[in-house]
Design a protein around this ligand. Structure first.
Ligand code: SF4
Length: 110
């Protein structure tokens, strides 16, 4: 089963409505490399590797915009902007602790 909220690849896990369906997609979406990739890559099962998704993200022309978006909107699931769920969680904690904008921390991490 495909488990994704990434509007670039479609889907809605756990009955959640993909957040971008509620808004106009940001301009950067048209450059998204994951739109041409198997969506399951971005939502590995528990214990699965995020490396294949990160490889796609590393070559993506909108990596920074995508990472900013996921961090700014509090996206919880999947790999976005080359950042895994755990990495984004850590960055959000660090941002709260230090008062540094989370998008600034995200850009430094990728
Ligand atoms: S950075 Fe990764 S998740 Fe974001 S648009 Fe590009 S390929 Fe998709």
């Amino acid at each position: 089963m495909i488990r994704t909220t990434n509007p670039l690849v479609g889907g809605r896990p756990n009955g959640r409505v993909p957040h971008l369906s509620l808004h106009l997609p940001p301009e950067w979406v048209s450059g998204a490399l994951c739109a041409q990739t198997d969506p399951e890559v971005f939502y590995p099962q528990v214990g699965g590797s995020v490396r294949p998704a990160k490889r796609v993200c590393a070559a993506c022309p909108v990596l920074a915009e995508c990472g900013d978006y996921a961090l700014a909107t509090g996206e919880l699931d999947g790999v976005w902007g080359g950042l895994s769920e755990n990495e984004r969680r850590r960055l959000r904690r660090q941002a709260r602790r230090t008062g540094t904008p989370v998008t600034e921390l995200g850009r430094a991490a990728t």
